[in-house]
Design a protein around this ligand. Sequence first.
Ligand SMILES: [Cu+2]
Length: 299
Amino acid sequence: MIRRNFLTDADAAQRYIDGVRRLKDPAQSPWPGQDGLSVYDSFVFWHHQTMMLMTPPNQSDRNAAHSGPSFLPWHRYFLVTFEGLLRRAVNDDEFRIPYWDWSADAELDEPVTSSVWNNANLGQFAGSDWRVRLEMNLRTGDLRRADRSLQRSLGSTGRLPRREDVRAVVREQPAYDSPPFNSSSDGMRNLVEGWIGSARIHNNVHVWIGGDMSLSSSPNDPIFFLHHCNVDRIWAAWQERHPDSPYLPDMTSPETLQFHRVDDALYSIFNDTVTPRQMVDYKRYYEYDTLADLADVET
Ligand SMILES: [Cu+2]
């Protein structure tokens, strides 16, 4: 039950691609009640809905899974749910989502030449047979039906975070998060999410890829899950490095932090109740092949 490196494990990479293609096909993987849409598309919808849910509603910074503490557990849950469907799609209980170590690509002279973008890998999804069927309407902010190719703008803006940027956060940030628990907070979560700090870690990767990755419908790009798997790996490395640092905030925090407190239900479009507390112990679901490049820890 190991999550492996997409760049160095051709088998995990190929199975990820196979599974994603199956989940995207409305004939093989229909989204019940949504004509012409697939199970894959439901994840685009779920992510978009979550971003539109401002928490609390009278501000425009924190939503149910971004610019706040639940950024990490919500995306962990999102990936674990997707991973369970992938497992069935490739018919292998042991399969886990691989991670894209973008810090390795940051060391290339031309990161856009990384093998992750080859046509045999993620490059193929920018071709004509991969259709974006739900997209964020830039004018209204709503989600609408579409039928077009995936868009990327690799490397035109932004920068891939360097390994030392990530290591510094894992090493030097003992606090998970801090008041006011939004995009101005100090602490590990906000440095990893990338609203503060020079590296702008998670956000910068979305910007560097561009196109569909810069919208609330960003899971349209299959790189989304590989990117977030690496973001999750950073959280895992931090957890191993700071085993006594708790998830914050706890339930003594006000209702305005709903969807972010440790025992709140994470926002879901499905009939399920999963809390940040239940997502802390990732080893219930998977382990990483290594965390040693991110921290001086044993896995
Ligand atoms: Cu997100």
